[in-house]
Ligand binder design. Structure first.
Ligand code: CDP
Ligand code: CDP
Length: 218
């Protein structure tokens, strides 16, 4: 296998990136890599260890002693299964501030590229098409109206039993999108080559069909 195929999916919170990427990966037998989960995992570790994230020396030490693995969609932080914990409101509130830190991004990007280096991957995040895999075979930028993204996220949280109001969820993703788009290092933005898909009013199936219509696998 000389030439691996890579698919980059970027976009704001609640756009459906991970739902869609997971199902596409299954359909075409690619490895799915959830880069958001990696930023969430390092955030969890920082909170647990009470690390001052503005202290470079503490951070460097932490990064050298942190192991993040993604095995069949499950996230392991230092060998502990944390997939569910990573979706908590506490992590939602802190993750974008952690993801702004250049040292953290450097480390995560390195890890992401390593995982992608020897296989066909579909990777979702904020900076995949622009920074992590600038030579990705396919690049998509997936979004939807803020109202719809908030509603999608709200429904999920309801199912999981997190008692947040629609207004709170909306505010939270709005704040996160703002920090993610305005940060200095690899901000959230559409790569000029990325295919833009506004999923407002579309079902998951419709979005998947649309993306698959662009993908040619020899
Ligand atoms: O699922 P949701 O869109 O809510 O979030 P996520 O994809 O799990 O990402 C959580 C946070 O991680 C984002 O709000 C960004 O701050 C950060 N992130 C990033 O900076 N770069 C990425 N490639 C992926 C996520
Ligand atoms: O990863 P990202 O934050 O972009 O979104 P997600 O975690 O996949 O959450 C999107 C939610 O909206 C999921 O509950 C999906 O079932 C739902 N949804 C969608 O993803 N796409 C649509 N076109 C419609 C609904």
């Amino acid at each position: 296998n000389l030439k691996n195929i890579s698919i980059a999916i970027d976009g704001p919170a609640g756009a459906g990136k991970s739902t869609i990427a997971k199902l596409i990966a299954k359909a075409i037998h690619f490895t799915y890599i959830d880069t958001g989960a990696m930023y969430r995992a390092i955030t969890l570790k920082i909170l647990q260890e009470h690390i001052d994230w503005k202290d470079e020396i503490q951070l460097k030490k932490l990064l050298d002693h942190t192991k993040i693995d993604i095995i069949q969609g499950n996230v392991f932080l230092d060998n502990r299964l944390v997939t569910e914990e990573l979706r908590s409101p506490m992590i939602n509130r802190c993750v974008s501030d952690v993801a702004k830190i250049p040292l953290i991004r450097e480390k995560m990007v390195e890890l992401q590229r390593k995982i992608a280096s020897d296989k066909n991957v579909i990777m979702d995040g904020r900076d995949i098409g622009t920074t992590v895999l600038p030579n990705a075979t396919y690049k998509f930028f997936v979004t939807a109206s803020l109202e719809e993204r908030a509603k999608r996220r709200y429904n999920e949280l309801q199912e999981k039993g997190f008692p947040q109001s629609l207004e709170e969820v909306k505010l939270e993703i709005q704040q996160r999108d703002k920090i993610d788009s305005e940060r200095k290092v690899s901000p959230l933005r559409k790569h000029e080559d990325a295919i833009f898909i506004d999923t407002t009013g579309m079902t998951v199936e419709e979005v998947i069909d649309k993306i698959l219509s662009y993908i040619k696998i020899a």
